[in-house]
Write a protein that binds this ligand. Sequence first.
Ligand SMILES: *[C@@H]1O[C@H](CO)[C@@H](O)[C@H](O)[C@H]1NC(C)=O
Ligand SMILES: *[C@@H]1O[C@H](CO)[C@@H](O)[C@H](O)[C@H]1NC(C)=O
Length: 426
Amino acid sequence: MSSVLQRTVLLLSLLVVVANQLVTARTGKFLHITDIHLDSSYVEGSDPEQLCHRGTGNAGPLGAVRTKCDSSPALVKKTFDFIANKYSDVDFVIYTGDSARHDRDDDLPRSMENVINEQKEVVGHFNKIFGPKVYPVIGNNDVEPHNSCDENDEQFKTIASIWQPLALNTSNHHYTRGGYFYEDVVPGKIRTVHTNTLLFYKDNKKAKADCKSPDGIGSMHLAWLKDVLEESRQQGYSVYILAHIPPTSKKGKAYYTDDCLDGYLSLLGTYKETVVGHFAGHYNNDILSAIVEDDGKYKQLSALKKKKTIKRKTVKSSNFITPLFNTPSVIPTFNPSIRVFTYETEGTKQYPVGTILDWHQYYLNMDDNGRDYELEYQASKLFNVNHFDGKGVEKAFTLMLDNQSVHKEYLDHVTVNTDDNDQDDD
Ligand SMILES: *[C@@H]1O[C@H](CO)[C@@H](O)[C@H](O)[C@H]1NC(C)=O
Ligand SMILES: *[C@@H]1O[C@H](CO)[C@@H](O)[C@H](O)[C@H]1NC(C)=O
């Protein structure tokens, strides 16, 4: 080769290396895991009708899919082993709650001790792999009785002490008041807002989720949320809102009281430039939705509905602004799963720092024992979308309207490739 050609080749390959670095340097990844529901009383070979606690039946070594049983310790271990092998290098982990088992078994009611110990075990698993890189929220089954808490609840302190190895901003004095706090997960760039959705939840038995009167617990939470979002906007932060219970169920019914739902959605809408993603769990399904603006009102629009699919008219006339991600659970209501998000680490004019670029959804096929977690789908490929902001979700919805096979695949993923038996929500 002539030396000119050699130099040109060298220069070109150098450019490729630099370009590659520019591309890889702009993306990071984080893990989202939710609803682990560890059951220390799980008995292999027991009867799923008896919550996998006794009797004789087909409760498998890892659990019993499509039943009301919680997660066996072996399933939880397998899940964390997979994460440790493949994803111990993520930038951080968001954990949207529910470590403890359900209180479904009248013959084996949960004690406060169970609830605390199951959370401790789960935190132990996280801590071994990630230390303080884990960002948690309180789930409706992490308190006793479930669903319920009040302002200044003693349980907030108990949970804080369990969370000690994880990320909990102890200088944030609002935590002991409401169980909510925020963290600067990427200082100067991305802030995680850890909500306590029990304060908005209709089924809270200890205190009314009141967002109407100024001193209601819901109003208190909304006021704090507004302050944090306002401050974040002024400081140029992008915000990830973390919630255990999403605003509405998979069927579109409100989980929050009407006033709380209105107030919450209106904050997500008002701060649309700041909130680049909303992440929740709770109902175990994989659901993609968005906050849409319609005549100055903000609503949540979900891409579920099997027979009555979302209407093209609605998608066309709605202004999609904020993406809401509902990651499916580890508890084997459906096949157990975990998700790895890819995000924008620098930000551009069009796509602020933190914008979700993609996710890889992993699942464990419970009908085929012996298999490990494997890739279920990659969002950018399924939806042909490379930025999951509001517009990206709109593009995904439109594709599902246009292409039956994509819609069908999405519907399979809603129940993590498990035959749908329409389990309860919580
Ligand atoms: C912790 O919270 C305080 C006050 O609420 C805030 O000023 C600080 O930036 C937070 N620190 C981190 C690491 O998130
Ligand atoms: C629908 O999507 C699938 C999967 O991406 C693709 O193979 C197929 O060609 C699409 N069909 C139409 C009509 O666009």
